[in-house]
Design a protein around this ligand. Structure first.
Ligand SMILES: [Zn+2]
Length: 250
């Protein structure tokens, strides 16, 4: 399909115009005008670019692209090498950050709720932008739920606190670096908050506000959104879509 056609479809479906973000969402680097093979991945790292070149991809679609607010604007070093690789191979880079976190069906948060087999999955109404924190229900203990999360994501977790018998009903989560939302989750009466990352202060908030907390990895919690978007595109259009997971322990 035409690159322009794919970009406008995604910009519309992911409601780019309505979401304020820290980076440009959509086509970040222009490559060839026609796309047959699309590679999806979490971050536009050199490893992902090299993998896309190796499979002759026409475009890469990621959650973490480039040009973040506050970063240096010059194209030197690592950034120069990444962008030179893309340009010299005429590969398009499409990036969607918050639009892929919050989307009601393909979003990282919506998808992660399914991975954890939760019920009544919906955005936590008290936070904005809508969909940045989700909630869902289960009926289990902290120990059992942590085991499920670890199992599904295939990695070790940071779990706070030690009472594995604590009963867990209402769960809230924000993928990636969303640990700062723990206070809103506690205020909303959740038994457990899950995020990708943990800060030193997150543990104190968990202890003092009486909410259990799990950090399950930024990368591990953010693989599902971009993958779901890619699967949808492969069904909807005449495209070959390959999800490439570049492992990241963080
Ligand atoms: Zn992220």
């Amino acid at each position: 399909m035409l690159t322009n056609q794919l970009v406008s479809y995604l910009n519309q479906e992911l409601q780019v115009a309505a979401i304020k973000d820290y980076c440009p969402n959509g086509l970040q680097i222009e490559g060839r005008p026609v796309i047959e093979h699309l590679v999806t991945g979490v971050t536009a790292s050199q490893q992902l670019i090299d993998a896309a070149i190796a499979v002759n991809a026409d475009a890469i679609l990621v959650h973490h692209g480039y040009f973040w607010k506050g970063e240096s604007e010059v194209l030197t070093g690592m950034k120069k090498r990444r962008i030179a690789s893309l340009l010299s191979h005429d590969i398009n880079l499409l990036a969607y950050h918050l639009p892929i976190d919050v989307h009601s069906h393909w979003g990282n948060n919506a998808q992660l709720g399914k991975v954890f087999e939760l019920e009544d999955i919906e955005p936590l109404a008290t936070v904005s932008p809508a969909g940045i924190v989700y909630q869902g229900r289960t009926n289990t203990t902290l120990g059992e739920f942590a085991a499920l999360v670890s199992n599904k994501l295939g990695r070790d977790l940071v779990v706070c606190e030690g009472d594995t018998q604590k009963s867990i009903g209402l769960v809230a989560w924000c993928t990636g670096g969303g640990q700062g939302f723990i206070e809103q989750a506690a205020a909303a009466g959740c038994d457990l908050f899950i995020s990708g990352e943990v800060s030193e202060q997150t543990i104190h908030v968990a202890r003092e506000m009486g909410i259990a907390f799990i950090a399950a990895g930024h990368h591990a919690t953010e693989r599902y959104g971009v993958k779901a978007v890619g699967e949808h595109l492969a069904e909807e259009f005449d495209l070959t879509v390959t999800f490439i997971d570049i492992d990241n322990p963080a």
